[in-house]
Design a binder for this molecule. Structure first.
Ligand SMILES: C[S@@+](CC[C@H](N)C(=O)[O-])C[C@H]1O[C@@H](n2cnc3c(N)ncnc32)[C@H](O)[C@@H]1O
Length: 304
């Protein structure tokens, strides 16, 4: 994999390319936080948005959006990220408190402040893997706020097309102890070889009792959604063309690969959770860019 990595130094921060998507999700979490019916609270999110020149003028509260909830980006798309945050918060906390995982690995962590926000059990370590520039920006903003993590926090600045598994082990990760892994809003940006490697290494480094959640898009050709309200609004309002950032290779069947390795998997639509919580994004009849999004939850069982 090192051959590929040489072309990708990973030094870029949040001001452009895929790093900018971390700010998009942070803005969505800020907006969610201020909603009267919020699904998740992240008091750090708006500080990231305000600190980066690229996003300093973006809204952090729906009252700053003239068309409010009707805005496809700051209404529906932001709500999607809010719901995703809540569902994955619940999954991680359940895996730690009930499943016994004390090692939490966040792939493509971006501006995820879970190490600071969530109520982790004693002895938890949160490993945050992302590119160097993104983690440096995060460090700077959280440092200025004197934010205190609620678990041991270990940032691992590395490109996920490189040997992240070696870096994680060097940082103290113990493959013999149960862990919980998360790839939220990430896999569709990675080449398929990097996704296959990630799933394979998660399996190899997971003791029985470990858990993994990740997000995928099922569609073969995402360009069909180029004119969808979500992607048009994201392009026009904040200049992010998600379709140019997504990897365009056919995706591997990661849920199938995990099942073959003995993991139990459950593939859910976001809308399942909208119904469960009684709020969140609903499906749209035409050209819905969220149509193929799936959240996959996997568990590696303990021997009987
Ligand atoms: C949409 S953001 C999601 C961030 C975070 N998981 C969240 O949901 O708030 C995607 C993140 O993946 C990171 N990312 C994308 N490709 C990467 C790569 N090859 N290596 C490391 N990180 C990567 C980006 O830097 C960015 O922070």
């Amino acid at each position: 994999m090192t051959g590929t990595v040489r072309q990708h130094t990973g030094a870029e921060g949040v001001d452009g390319g895929v790093g900018l998507t971390a700010l998009l999700v942070a803005a969505a979490r800020a907006i969610e936080t201020h909603r009267h019916d919020s699904l998740a609270r992240d008091v750090y999110a708006e500080h990231f948005v305000r600190a980066a020149p690229a996003s300093a003028h973006w809204p952090v509260d729906l009252t700053q959006v003239p068309d409010g909830d009707a805005n496809p980006l700051w209404g529906r798309f932001a709500r999607y990220f809010g719901l995703r945050t809540r569902v994955l918060d619940d999954f991680l906390l359940r895996s730690a408190h009930e499943g016994g995982a004390r090692q939490v690995v966040l792939f493509g962590a971006g501006l995820d402040a879970r190490a600071f926000r969530l109520d982790w059990p004693p002895g938890c370590v949160v490993y945050e893997i992302d590119r160097e520039g993104v983690l440096a920006f995060k460090h700077q903003v959280l440092g200025a706020l004197s934010a205190t993590p609620r678990a041991a926090r270990v940032p691992i600045p590395i490109d996920l097309r490189a040997d992240w598994a070696g870096a994680l082990t060097d940082a103290g990760f113990d493959p013999a102890a149960p862990s919980v892994w998360l790839a939220e809003g990430l896999l569709f940006y990675l080449p398929r070889t990097a996704e296959t490697y990630l799933i394979d290494m998660v399996d190899r480094m997971s003791a029985p009792g470990s858990a993994l959640a990740y997000e995928v898009k099922l569609e073969r050709d995402l360009r069909a959604y180029r004119d969808s309200p979500l992607y048009v609004a994201t392009r026009r309002q904040i200049g992010i063309d998600l379709l140019t950032l997504f990897d365009d290779e056919p995706r591997p069947d990661s849920a199938g690969a995990l099942a073959n390795k003995g993991w139990s998997t459950s593939v859910r639509t976001p809308f399942d959770f909208t119904h469960h919580h009684g709020r969140g994004p609903l499906p749209e009849q035409r050209n819905d860019a969220l149509e193929g999004n799936r959240w996959v939850f996997a568990n590696k069982s303990r021997p009987r």
